[in-house]
Ligand binder design. Sequence first.
Ligand code: ADP
Ligand code: ZN
Length: 607
Amino acid sequence: MLQTLKTYFGYDSFRPLQREIIENILALKDSVVLMPTGGGKSICYQLPALLMEGTAIVVSPLISLMKDQVESLRANGIAARAMNSNNNDTENLMLRRECVQGKVKILYISPERLLMEQNFLLKDMRISLFAIDEAHCISQWGHDFRPEYTQLKAIREQFPQVPIVALTATADKITRQDIIKQLALKNPKTYISSFDRPNLSLDVRRGYQQKDKTRTILEFIFKRPNECGIIYCMSRDKTEKVAEMLLRHGVKATVYHAGLSASARDKAQEDFINDRVQVVCATIAFGMGIDKSNVRWVIHYNMPKSIESFYQEIGRAGRDGVKSDTLLFYSLGDLVMLSKFALDSGQQAINLEKLNRMQQYAESDICRRRILLNYFGETMDHDCGNCDVCKNPPERFDGTIIVQKALSAIMRADQQIGTRMLIAILRGNFIDELVEKGYDKLKTFGAGRDIPQRDWQDYLLQMLNLGYFEVAYNENNHLKITSAGAKVLYGQEKAMLVVIKREEKETKGRGKKKEAEKPALFKAHPDIIVGEEDQLLFEELRLLRKRLADQQAIPAYIVLSDKTLHQLAIQRPTTLEEFGMVSGIGEYKKERYGKDFVETIKQIIGK
Ligand code: ADP
Ligand code: ZN
């Protein structure tokens, strides 16, 4: 098994559970595999496919996913093919012949096609195993229900001796039981791996206004000149505005949302996969078909409605295991909007609870990863060291006077104002509506002038979370003081607020800090790259990879993953043998690309 892993995929060891799963399949037993995105599910059926006689049939719901998988297998010299509605008749004819002759090791097929073929092609083939990818699509409880999947039960009856493995990244229990039942699996073994993604950093910024978001996003992207990422926004309109803003600043960006034509969406996706654009500004419609392993970051322009959505979306970064960054903006406006959606939805109680958990995550003053994993039913016994809370634990101060100023302004305006008006009163801004209502005559008018507007946004969000006031969603979002708030207002209790730290203040004179933190993180997760990397060399290797990819019209990450590319810039192999030892390079890639890479490395390091 290890030999095959090294020869074809270039890896030296298995990830947790991979070996057990493969052994179960080789013993011709059924399996259910739950692993997070990027956990390494594919190897679990691809490796046994190589070790067993016959063809492995992989059922996959999306043509784009199939295409990506087939390309990366072929890039490793493995006979993989896809059968779906994209093929024309001649292609299908040839493909059927190859299948019957046993020349195909792994055949990807859409569920509807599989059902069409079950009494014809499949009968004439020797089948080693069935892998059902994205198996949660079979369940009506899941978020991607596909009716075609429910008929897959037929394969268990028709091919009783062939092992079936069902794989998904969706963890919940109902879905898991549904998968077993619907596929009629025989005493399947279930494998659940940790949902932790240690290579993803977690960062939350609270109470930012648009201007601050723009500045932060631009700084973030300029710090990562060649790294691509996704910005998720709540509305279609926002995706377009953010993309325009980026284009104005010279960042190659595109838009993806359900309001675009199918061809515009395909183009956006293709441009992103092939590194022709650096950033996709998207609604939640984007992502399911994306297997791009080198998405280096994900930004949430707005807060998602639940931790599931959030985790799925940030999960699109760093599938190759290389360190990747995620950033969530969390504002009062988002919260008001999302609460409204939840209240108007059919499942009010559930959706409010989900939103509440998401909010707790964003508000957390303990390690954020602990909160995430806890939500998925895992407990973590240490802080992660890779989230903003771990890196910069929040400091509190006595903010009673600040809170009193705000609450007293609300009170004096008869609790008939929303946050925008409240901030205008506190800051002493003579806006029309404010003067009309006579709020400029209030005693608190201008009482908070010393605090910048954006800090007021932050403090108000903190106050809401501390329960000092509520938002009356059914009354124009006016603010209502609670009994806890009244206690602070009348001096019976103190209010402890979190010190606001802005990026600019943080980075000054602390440039080295990040470096110092690296070792602990890497020690805990040996899978993450260690060593001194030659930056210049890395960029040259990246260019070479892009050239090789364009020649073959495949995405760059299929030629070599980012992880392997980093490894090359660290190990700097100057012979074919050394090149072949690098993790992620199997025999086929060694033969195909070794010479080009070794030569470039020699040139750059001057050997
Ligand atoms: P999933 O389908 O679970 O999202 P993939 O199968 O695409 O994940 O694997 C994610 C990444 O991890 C791929 O780049 C894959 O090559 C890599 N990978 C898988 N197994 C191993 C291993 N044993 N050692 C090193 N890298 C691995
Ligand atoms: Zn942490």
